[in-house]
Design a binder for this molecule. Structure first.
Ligand code: TRP
Length: 460
């Protein structure tokens, strides 16, 4: 079946698609918010450590599995490790479906912010009421509608396959995303908040570097680099045999981390240009979680010179970033049906997208629209279907999946097989370092994360 699975047209194709998976709401919404919450500098440093020390090696491990097996996660584990290991694949696909269900709902918000900005640009800015966003969240029909639009966009691309769908879409959306981001950063750096923003983001207070900072940085690295559920196994399975796993992974890391940091620079510069806002955020009167969808849209029109143009463009960027991530999650689920059941891509896409959309509807209605859905509490302190699914995926499924992946590659796949797949003639020092990170350090850190979660820490 391997020959009709599809393949990336070039290394750039893989790098752009995998970067597209990695760059998403995690970079634009979660990273700036977590940085703000955790002293900026201290978090940024911890994050850079986390992506280099753990993110990169684990990403290489995932890509290596996919490239070697040339199959999506479930059949890949089965082929390389036998039936029992395919459980890790199943866990991954389940995590992919869960994340896709709620992620699509949040992705839909980018469409709303886009239309809101266009309207403000055309008709002039009118300040939204204090509970404007809450009303939007509680509008079930609108939430479902936006989610539906995003589901269709995702499915159309997945339906068109690897080269003609995902690769082509990424080749258009990723460069556009970068151009808009650079323009935004350039404009934001002309604002008066620049110096304070850069200090906030890059000058760490080491006293603020707590275990929580380190753990949150690691959890964020996992999510942001799309690790732990086999997305990179899936994308790696469409890679040509002679391509370098290390170099491709490094490019994805650079793309992912640079978008997160550039977005934070821009957002911090804009926010720091309004001292009263900073005070409110520091006094916790204004929650940093709302930075991307609540605080920022208004600032484009009240504070930022040229915001009339940048505002709508920025939410195109957010939508593109989210879309290249949802297609990677959609591909994980669809490819299971293609590889395992031998279904055509169109049937696999239609069936998986419909099933996941069912879950999305529950999430969309859980933001205030429908009573038991928005109040249900499966995990302590998590209200509503969406929050609970986020908690389930980020705190349990991704770390457990990551554990399975690292232990499998480190201890069961064999040193020779890894070396061969990484294109090495002999075991270099770097290879040995990588292997021991995957064997010992990464599982150990994931254990510590799971222990922290058990004792009440929350990565969602
Ligand atoms: N990395 C994406 C983001 O930062 C989200 C994402 C896409 C993801 N595919 C994934 C997260 C696979 C975990 C696993 O928004």
């Amino acid at each position: 079946m391997a020959n009709n699975r599809g393949q990336w047209g070039s290394r750039l194709g893989f790098v752009l698609a995998a970067s597209g998976s990695a760059v998403g709401l995690g970079n634009l919404w979660k990273f700036p918010y977590l940085s703000w919450k955790n002293d900026g500098g201290a978090f940024v440093i911890a994050y850079i450590f986390a992506v280099l020390l753990l993110g990169l090696p684990i990403m290489m491990a995932e890509i290596l599995i996919g490239k070697k097996a040339q199959e999506s996660p479930v059949p890949a584990f089965e082929k390389l490790g036998g039936k029992a290991w395919s459980l890790v694949g199943w866990l991954g696909v389940a995590a992919g479906a869960v994340i896709l269900a709620y992620y699509t709902v949040i992705a839909g918000w980018s469409l709303r912010s886009f239309f809101q900005c266009v309207l403000w640009s055309v008709e002039g800015y009118t300040a939204p009421g204090p509970n404007d966003f809450g009303v939007f969240l509680g509008n079930g029909a609108l939430q479902i509608g936006l989610t539906f639009v995003f589901t269709i966009l995702t499915s159309v691309i997945v339906y068109r396959g690897i080269g003609g769908g995902i690769e082509r879409a990424s080749k258009i959306m990723m460069p556009v995303l970068y151009l808009i981001l650079l323009y935004l950063v350039g404009t934001a750096l002309l604002m008066p908040g620049r110096d304070e923003a850069l200090r906030h983001l890059f000058v760490p207070h080491f006293s603020k570097m707590t275990t929580t900072t380190a753990l949150e940085a690691m959890g964020q690295a996992f999510f942001s680099m799309s690790l732990g559920l086999g997305a990179m196994i899936t994308y790696g399975s469409y890679m040509k045999k002679d391509e370098s796993v290390f170099r491709s992974s490094l490019w994805v890391l650079i793309a992912d981390t640079s978008v997160a940091i550039l977005a934070a620079i821009a957002m911090f510069s804009i926010i720091h240009s309004v001292p009263s806002l900073v005070q409110k955020m520091e006094a916790n009167e204004l929650n940093a979680v709302g930075m991307l969808f609540v605080t920022l849209p208004a600032l484009f029109y009240t504070t930022m010179p040229g915001g009339v143009v940048v505002g709508p463009l920025f939410y195109v960027l957010v939508a593109f970033a989210a879309l290249t991530s949802t297609i990677s999650l959609g591909e994980v689920v669809a490819s299971l049906l293609i590889d395992r059941k031998g279904w055509s891509r169109s049937k696999a896409t239609l069936v998986s997208a419909s099933a996941v959309f069912g879950g999305s509807v529950l999430c969309a209605l859980s933001l205030g629209a429908v009573e038991p859905l928005s109040t249900i509490e499966l995990f302590a302190g998590k209200q509503g279907v969406l929050s609970n699914l986020d908690h389930l995926a980020a705190n349990w499924m991704l770390p457990l999946g990551g554990l399975g992946i690292t232990i499998f590659v480190g201890w069961f796949l064999g040193k020779k097989a890894c070396q061969e797949e990484l294109g090495l003639q002999k075991a270099t020092a770097a290879f040995t370092a990588w292997l021991w990170i995957v064997r010992v350090l990464a599982p150990l850190v994931i254990f510590i994360m799971l222990a922290a979660i058990l004792s009440g820490k929350d990565f969602s």
